[in-house]
Ligand binder design. Structure first.
Ligand code: FMN
Length: 219
């Protein structure tokens, strides 16, 4: 009997420890658990643009997990042109959202993630491996960057946070202030600016299913 009580005690201690670690804000996997182990399709269908935020900070481990998801994106020839700058210093938010009419709302976000592309990173073509980089531009960097940003947005949804993709490239009035502020090298393009935070409202995903846009075997 005494042995059974000790065993029961050990089980209770273990359960309590698991509960406490699952509730810890710093634990990325715990946040995932809090998301009811949502599957990929649910996360994709629930994703929506969120433009208003509380000022709750984002745990470093959650941010890292979302960035890992971003760079897990597919990339033409596996060139991976992305560089990602995470900004949490709100004093620069005016600059980051220059020209965006939603700027005042975005300034409430806990972090602003700037997706940049090095447009000159290339792999030597098989037929001319010695060609200088500038003669073999990577024509696919925009595609890679789109996949990278979308992966990030899906991870944001997964963690119960909110974000919105705001256009930067190809608008000079949005790119130039960021280029100047971050002193980006000339070959690096600020592609998209993504404010992230805990949603302040109750934004819902849009139903975009339209059978007239889906074609099987013919147009
Ligand atoms: C390339 C791109 C640029 C966008 N730029 C902005 C922007 O500058 N400001 C903004 O509020 N939303 C921007 N959005 C978000 C769209 O408005 C939003 O995705 C669209 O209305 C569909 O809504 P949903 O994301 O909730 O499905 C952009 C989205 C994409 C893909």
């Amino acid at each position: 009997m005494k042995k059974q009580i000790i065993l029961l005690g050990a089980v209770l201690v273990h359960l309590a420890a698991t509960f406490v670690s699952c509730c810890g804000k710093d634990d990325a996997s715990a946040t995932a658990t809090a998301n009811n182990g949502s599957d990929a399709i649910t996360t994709i269908m629930q994703r929506k643009s969120v433009r208003s935020y509380t000022d709750e900070p984002i745990a470093d481990s959650v941010m890292e997990s979302m960035l890992r998801a971003a760079v897990a994106a597919p990339s033409g020839m596996d060139i991976r042109p992305w560089h990602i700058v995470v900004m949490t210093d709100k004093s620069c938010y005016d600059t980051l959202f220059a020209g965006n009419f939603n700027m005042e709302k975005f300034k409430m976000s806990s972090a602003v993630v700037i997706f940049c592309a090095d447009t000159t990173v290339t792999r030597p073509p098989r037929e001319n491996p010695d060609a200088p980089a500038e003669t073999r531009p990577n024509g696919l960097w925009r595609d890679d960057m789109g996949a990278c940003v979308e992966n990030f947005l899906l991870a944001v949804e997964y963690y119960g946070l909110g974000a919105v993709w705001t256009a930067c490239y190809p608008y000079h009035d949005r790119m130039d202030p960021i280029r100047d502020y971050l002193k980006l090298p000339g070959n690096v393009v600020p592609y998209a600016v993504v404010p992230v935070g805990s949603p302040a409202g109750n934004d819902q995903p849009k139903d975009k299913w339209d059978t007239s846009r889906i074609h099987f075997n013919r147009w």
